[in-house]
Design a protein around this ligand. Structure first.
Ligand SMILES: NC(=O)c1ccc[n+]([C@@H]2O[C@H](COP(=O)([O-])OP(=O)(O)OC[C@H]3O[C@@H](n4cnc5c(N)ncnc54)[C@H](O)[C@@H]3O)[C@@H](O)[C@H]2O)c1
Length: 290
C-alpha cells in the first residue's frame, strides 16, 4: 500500500457526540485539523461550540482555528488523512456509515472506528480499502484518561498500527497495540467484567450503588467507582454494549439488568442528561440520585 498517508494532520470525525467531541478537542489542541460531521447538523453545531469553549477555557484559544464543521459528508471527507467514526455502538449502523465513507474518502486516507467492542473484521467486512481500516478505542481524554487501544484486523496493513499510534501520541494519548483482534479489546473486557459484576450486585440488592463505588475507590486507589464511570460513559452506550455481549453469548447471565434498561427507557443517561445512577448539578459534581 504505497499510496497511504504516512502521518495524520487532518481528521474528519464522523459522529459529534460524547467521544467525537473529546477526540476533536484533543486533536485541535495538538494542531491536528478537525472536520466535524454529524447526521444531525444541530449536534455538529453544538459540538463546535462546546469544543471551542473547552479549548478557550483550557488556555488554547488559538487552536479553535483547527476546528470546522460540515453538514455534508463528502465535504467533510475531502482532503483528510483520516476518517474516524464515532457513531453509536451498533454494528449495522457502523457498517453502513463506513460503506458511505469509503465511497468518497481520498485514496490515501485511513479509515478508523472508535468502537468499544466490535472488531475490524466485523465492521469492515467486504469494505473496499479494508487494508486501511483500523479500530482505536479512546478513553475519556478530557478527564485525563490517556489510553488508546489499537486493534487491527487480519486485513489491516501492518503499517497502519504505527501511523495510528503516532497520531494517538501526538494528541496526548498512550497507545497500546493488540496483537490480534478480539471482541471488546483488552481493557474494555476487564472493565466489562467489573461493570457486569457491579450491576449484578446492585440490581440484586446486595449493596448500594454508593457503597459499591466507595468500596471500589478505596480498594483500588482510583478516583471513581464503576457506577460513576458508567454515568460518564453514557448509560445508553453501556446498555448497547451489554446487549452486544448478550446477543453473542445468549447466556442469561449476560442479560443487562432491568435497572439499567429502566434508566435508559426513562432517559436517565448519566452525566449527559443530568441524571443516571447519580444526579448531576453540572458535569463534575455528582449527588445521589433519588
Ligand atoms: N462514551 C464513551 O465513554 C465511549 C468511550 C470509548 C468508546 N466509545 C465508543 O465511541 C462510539 C461513539 O460513542 P459516543 O458515546 O460518542 O456516542 P454518542 O451517542 O454520544 O454520539 C454518537 C453521535 O453519532 C451521531 N450519528 C448517528 N448516526 C450517524 C451517522 N449515520 N452519521 C454521522 N453521525 C451519526 C449521533 O447523532 C451522535 O451525535 C461508540 O462506538 C462507543 O462505543 C464510547
Amino acid at each position: 500500500m504505497s499510496c497511504i498517508t504516512s502521518r495524520i494532520d487532518s481528521v474528519a470525525l464522523i459522529g459529534a457526540g460524547t467521544m467525537g467531541r473529546e477526540i476533536a478537542w484533543a486533536c485541535a489542541r495538538s494542531g491536528v485539523d478537525v472536520r466535524l460531521f454529524d447526521v444531525k447538523p444541530d449536534v455538529a453545531a453544538d459540538a463546535l461550540t462546546t469544543v471551542s469553549r473547552w479549548l478557550s477555557d483550557d488556555g488554547h484559544p488559538d487552536s479553535i482555528q483547527h476546528l470546522r464543521r460540515f453538514d455534508d459528508l463528502c465535504e467533510a471527507l475531502a482532503e483528510v488523512d483520516l476518517a474516524f467514526e464515532c457513531v453509536p455502538e451498533d454494528l449495522p449502523l457502523k457498517r453502513k456509515v463506513h460503506a458511505q465513507i469509503s465511497k468518497v474518502l481520498p485514496e490515501s486516507a485511513l479509515q478508523g472506528s472508535n468502537s468499544s467492542v466490535l472488531t475490524p473484521s466485523e465492521i469492515a467486512d467486504g469494505l473496499p480499502g479494508g487494508a486501511k481500516f483500523f479500530c482505536m478505542n479512546f478513553t475519556h481524554i478530557r478527564s485525563g484518561e490517556r489510553l488508546a487501544e489499537y486493534m487491527g484486523g487480519p486485513r489491516s496493513d501492518p503499517a497502519i498500527a504505527r501511523i495510528a499510534s503516532e497520531w494517538a501520541l501526538r494528541i496526548g494519548m498512550t497507545p497500546i497495540v493488540l496483537e490480534r483482534e478480539i471482541l471488546g479489546y483488552v481493557q474494555n473486557r476487564i472493565w466489562r467484567a467489573i461493570k457486569k459484576e457491579a450491576l449484578y450486585l446492585a440490581a440484586s440488592g446486595y449493596a448500594s450503588i454508593e457503597d459499591i463505588d466507595r468500596g471500589f475507590v478505596l480498594s483500588w486507589g482510583v478516583s471513581e467507582g464503576p457506577f460513576r464511570i458508567m454515568d460518564k460513559v453514557g448509560l445508553d452506550t453501556v446498555l448497547r454494549i451489554e446487549h452486544e455481549y448478550f446477543r453473542r453469548s445468549g447466556n442469561d447471565d449476560d442479560r443487562p439488568p432491568a435497572m439499567l434498561e429502566d434508566l435508559v427507557a426513562e432517559g436517565k443517561l448519566g452525566v449527559q442528561s443530568g441524571e443516571g445512577f447519580y444526579c448531576y448539578d453540572n458535569d463534575v459534581a455528582p449527588r445521589q440520585a433519588k
